[in-house]
Design a protein around this ligand. Structure first.
Ligand SMILES: [Ca+2]
Length: 309
């Protein structure tokens, strides 16, 4: 009887030992499998990352001017009068036709003055506002006398007044002699957005600057051309993928100097063994020396110093 009980106790201990050993084995197998799988995945990732060979081959400024946007309705005369021609004569610089206005005597004090304005519409379907870098205005005119300066302003939609704040040239234009065709161009620089409505409309005013007394001359002004154009942003990046895997570029940096690092999200694929050019119409390469940096989805980086001419 005692012997039977002892054997039973031994058997039970034996069974529990077997269970412990089996559980331990399962645990070890699970751990080992995980470690192997993890290191395999790590190796796979590292291997792919090491296989990636992406280079920036070239970076170019591909910003471009739009066509000229011209007056599509008659000029509005605030002060002065029309002497001849029509707004259609101001649409082309090479048609030997022009529209002529004359100053008007205003009070007080009595002075000869001229204020006219025209409306111009930027084609925002072709040049969305987000892709515009600059706005330019060009005037070709002559004056019956060379005694005064002539100014271009634009309507500031925020301030609701005509202004030339921020223009690259606010000093006006003075003809060298009477009846000499004179070109006057202004750039609205980085302030251009204040002068362009959401629908792309820009109102340009042309006016005299040093009005004469009634004893002076009542100047006649002929406008051969008045137009507005925009410069669209544009940067092109050519990459070379010399590796055996498709490279996905996810980030782009334009570094102008140590304080100016501009980051752009990117989404561009370069096939293995191929060169590919990536065009961005939201990037303006305004500085002459920059550093371009890209980051791939696998975490590789390519950098290129660029001198733009
Ligand atoms: Ca003309």
């Amino acid at each position: 009887m005692e012997a039977t009980i002892r054997r039973l106790k031994q058997d039970r201990r034996g069974v529990s030992n077997v269970i412990v050993v089996m559980l331990s084995l399962i645990l070890v197998v699970v751990i080992v499998a995980n470690v192997v799988l993890w290191s395999y995945q790590m190796n796979q990732f590292d291997w792919e990352r090491m296989q990636e060979k992406i280079e920036i081959i070239s970076v170019r400024d591909v910003s471009a001017f739009s066509p000229w946007y011209i007056a599509h309705t008659e000029y509005h005369i605030d002060v002065g009068s029309k002497v001849g021609g029509s707004y259609t004569d101001t649409q082309s610089i090479s048609d030997d036709r022009w529209e002529t206005f004359q100053e008007e005597l205003t009070n007080p004090p009595p002075k000869y003055r001229l204020f006219i304005n025209g409306s111009f519409t930027i084609d925002i379907k072709s040049y969305p506002l987000s892709t515009i870098q600059e706005v330019e205005v060009l005037l070709k005119y002559n004056a019956s006398d060379s005694g005064e300066k002539w100014y271009l302003q634009a309507y500031n939609w925020t301030a609701q007044t005509y202004s030339d704040d921020g223009f690259n040239d606010t000093s006006g234009s003075q003809p060298s002699m009477s009846a000499a065709w004179t070109y006057y161009a202004v750039n609205l620089t980085s302030c251009w957005r204040s002068y362009v409505s959401d629908s792309g409309m820009i109102l340009i005013q042309f006016h005299d600057g040093t009005p004469e007394n009634p004893s002076g001359s009542q100047t006649k002004i002929s406008i051969d051309f008045l137009g507005v154009r925009v410069k669209g942003k544009g940067a092109s990046f050519t990459f070379s993928n010399e590796g055996s895997l498709t490279v996905h570029i996810v980030s782009l940096w334009i570094i102008t100097d140590s304080n100016n690092h501009k980051h752009y999200n990117a989404n561009f694929y370069v096939n293995p063994g191929e060169n590919a050019t990536y065009i961005r119409t939201d990037i303006a390469l305004s500085a002459s020396t920059i550093l371009v940096k890209i980051v791939t989805e696998r975490g590789n980086i390519a950098v290129k110093p660029v001198s733009l001419t």
